[in-house]
Design a protein around this ligand. Structure first.
Ligand SMILES: *Cc1c(COP(=O)(O)O)cnc(C)c1O
Length: 375
């Protein structure tokens, strides 16, 4: 448990549920990633945690930003970033929003279809564009499905067309899936990217950049490889597939930048059983799927949950406080909590710095969005 965060909770006793993020950990994560991938530019994926305190810190450290909406772009600019440090990386944008981003100075845009490329060409003429490739998401605990990216053959055609539409065919992107626990999963996508670079070069189009996305993990219940191992595996793949003509590279860490920097404190609202013989207690917390723990969907992300009681433990089912029956965090996954846990106890949910605050509903059942402190 992070000492600084523990002290904050002990001294301030904030109303629960509440997230506390240690900005020193974010800074450490930034420097670790920078050292592990020294040639790659870091574009922090703002959606993981868009708190102004985090954006200001990363802007000061020299980070660039991957954004998905005009509001995220405005937040990043307000945090002190220059427009040339911003990528509008969402492949699904309204043309009016592309125009607004362009007016704000953004000149780097993602697409994965001809219709999207056309919008960019109209609303952001002269900009650099990169085409997102489909990936399998294999090895990821929060895979990204087929929603994003297109097949390499389509990427090839669209990048050839881009030049004729008045935008700059700048590069390729992919995302190997979030919480990617296998550092070798970048290899196949880099192989595809290198083949496209060569093919397009023979068509007279020289791409410049490969955006290798996010996917860098946070340690939840299971161990993860180190940042150095990711950096090494990715660099080896770049060497293998691009030889001595390694392109400019970008990474877009979200979870890996902020996940381990936050801890949520929650209160036990109810402990009950469904019958006298029930062998598992139901433990209902004041936070659930709608209060910020959306990534427990399909029990995908396994947050460490810690009690300050240290007696014997037994299995529990963990659920949230709302009146929606989907609001169960862990039922299949075995979680154990102390037998002497009582209603009113506080628990700490660790590694919750990413994908929590902004995934909290506005007021479902009248519950407040997740509170947060950045220290
Ligand atoms: C969400 C997202 C990221 C960040 O992914 P993590 O797995 O959190 O690192 C990076 N790039 C794009 C385009 C994204 O949508």
């Amino acid at each position: 448990m992070n000492e600084k965060i523990a002290q904050f909770f002990d001294e301030r006793r904030p109303q629960t549920p509440c997230l506390v993020v240690d900005l020193d950990v974010v800074e450490e994560n930034y420097r670790t990633l920078e050292n592990a991938l020294p040639e790659a530019r870091i574009f922090y994926a703002v959606k993981a945690n868009p708190a102004p305190e985090i954006l200001r810190l990363l802007a000061r450290l020299g980070s660039a930003f991957d954004t998905a909406s005009v509001n995220e772009i405005r937040d990043v600019l307000a945090a002190g970033a220059q427009p040339d440090h911003i990528s509008y990386g969402n492949t699904i944008k309204k043309q009016a929003d592309i125009a607004t981003a362009y007016a704000l100075g953004v000149r780097l845009f993602a697409f994965d279809s001809e219709a999207e490329l056309n919008k960019i060409a109209v609303a952001a003429p002269g900009s650099r564009v990169f085409c997102r490739l489909l990936t399998s998401g294999e090895g990821a605990e929060w895979p990204l499905s087929r929603k994003f990216g297109c097949e390499p053959e389509m990427a090839r055609e669209l990048l050839i067309k881009a030049a004729g539409k008045g935008v700059v065919p700048y590069g390729l992107s992919f995302h190997v899936g979030s919480q990617q626990r296998d550092p070798t999963q970048w290899d196949a996508a880099l192989q595809t990217a290198a083949a496209l670079f060569r093919d397009l070069e023979s068509q007279g189009i020289e791409l410049t950049m490969v955006n290798m996305g996010g996917g860098f993990p946070t340690r939840y219940l299971r161990d993860i490889p180190s940042a150095v191992q990711y950096g090494q595996a990715i660099f080896d793949s770049l060497r293998r597939h691009f030889g001595n003509r390694i392109p400019e590279t970008i990474v877009e860490p979200g979870r890996g930048m902020v996940g381990n920097a936050g801890v949520i404190e929650t209160e036990v609202v109810l402990i009950s059983k469904k019958s006298a013989h029930d062998d598992r207690r139901w433990v209902y917390l004041d936070i659930g799927k709608f209060g910020g723990l959306a990534e427990t969907m399909d029990e995908a992300i396994h947050y460490p949950i810690v009690s300050n009681r240290n007696g014997s433990v037994s299995p529990v089912i963990l659920a949230g406080p709302t009146c929606d029956s989907a609001d169960i965090m862990y039922e299949r996954t075995v979680y154990e909590l102390p037998d002497d846990l009582v209603i009113g106890d506080r628990l700490r949910i660790e590694a919750t710095g990413a994908y929590t605050t902004t995934y909290a509903s506005v007021a479902f059942n009248g519950f407040e969005p997740l509170g947060a402190h950045y220290i």
